[in-house]
Ligand binder design. Structure first.
Ligand code: 7PM
Length: 293
């Protein structure tokens, strides 16, 4: 984990596919939850669900997303958890359908061992766990999958995490947590080339905490693992711009560019087309490379 000795590798094996991390990538958010605030309940568990999801997957792939993040449990502040069975019913048919039709990397946003096992079997390429494999059974399920795992920091649980978040030192506490989770993964037989880190913007943090963590993205990158940043449409952007959740596209794109400038490897986003442009520009500024002229 020495930053000078071990920069994170340029490629990540995601099941049958390789993800190039020598340049930053955009992960498209596809929420399968009916109450997902950002998608306005577009994806209901009825006959049109799968069709709509597949059309959206096609669109974000054409727009330049190289991963898609499928989530079936709302992690919205104040939300309740769904049962493992409900989450499997929501997520697994979607993973199956996407894996059969698209050549993209499917990330599964889950903390649930049953979903990890089922999704891995159906061709998922990455486990994205906002609980960093702390749910009983999740560590073993993830280890067995042989997939990469994104370890995210969260303080508390979604139902109460925004009530009064406090830290001794926001960066040290979050980085310390992630180091402990890396150590737990290594002890469970997960090799370090399978791990990614995420500070968990908005998960048990005030606006000040979120901005301090954002400033410190280079220090997370220095821990030697690929870093994923998810700030798309989040309240930290509303706190600065005064804009409602449906009106944070420009703010989200600006933050995507700044995250790339600070060394982030994967940007998790709702508005893929605009985020890909922002990431391309930040990448052009950051890495000397001729374009099409
Ligand atoms: C409702 C409220 C629905 C909040 C969804 C959310 C992250 C994540 C989420 C993140 C990683 C959102 C969140 N956020 N996974 N899952 N990092 N790795 O705004 O920041 O998308 S859910």
């Amino acid at each position: 984990m020495n930053p000078l000795l071990s920069p994170s590798p340029p490629q990540l094996r995601c099941g049958a596919r390789l993800l190039d991390l020598s340049e930053p990538q955009v992960m498209a958010i596809i929420n399968i939850t009916p109450d997902s605030f950002s998608d306005g309940g577009k994806f209901h568990a009825d006959g049109v669900l799968l069709d709509k999801v597949l059309r959206r997957v096609e669109e974000v792939c054409e727009q330049g997303a190289t991963l898609i993040d499928i989530g079936g449990e709302s992690t919205r502040p104040g939300s309740l958890t769904v049962t493992a069975g409900e989450e499997c019913d929501r997520v697994l048919p979607v993973v199956d359908a996407i894996a059969k039709r698209f050549d993209t990397i499917i990330s599964v946003d889950t903390s649930t061992p049953e979903v990890v096992r089922g999704a891995a079997k159906l061709g998922a390429g990455l486990i994205n766990d906002v609980r960093a494999l702390l749910r009983p059974g999740a560590m073993d399920a993830a280890a067995e999958s042989s997939l990469p795992i994104c370890l995210m920091h969260m303080q508390g649980e979604p139902s109460s995490m925004q009530q009064d978040p406090r830290y001794q030192n926001i960066f040290d506490d979050v980085a310390g947590f992630l180091k402990d989770r890396v150590a737990a993964c290594l002890a469970a037989g997960i090799s370090e080339d399978r791990l990614l880190l995420d500070p968990g913007f908005g998960f048990g943090k005030t606006t000040a905490h979120n901005f301090e963590l954002f400033r410190r993205i280079p220090d997370f990158v220095g821990m030697g693992f690929p870093v994923l940043v998810g700030v798309s449409r989040k309240s930290m952007l509303g706190a600065i711009t005064g804009r409602a959740v449906g009106d944070r596209l420009a703010a989200s794109a600006a933050m995507a560019a700044m995250a790339v400038e600070r060394g982030a490897h994967i940007i998790r986003a709702h508005d893929v087309k605009e985020t890909v442009d922002a990431v391309k520009l930040a990448t052009a500024v950051k890495f000397e490379k001729s374009n099409n002229d």
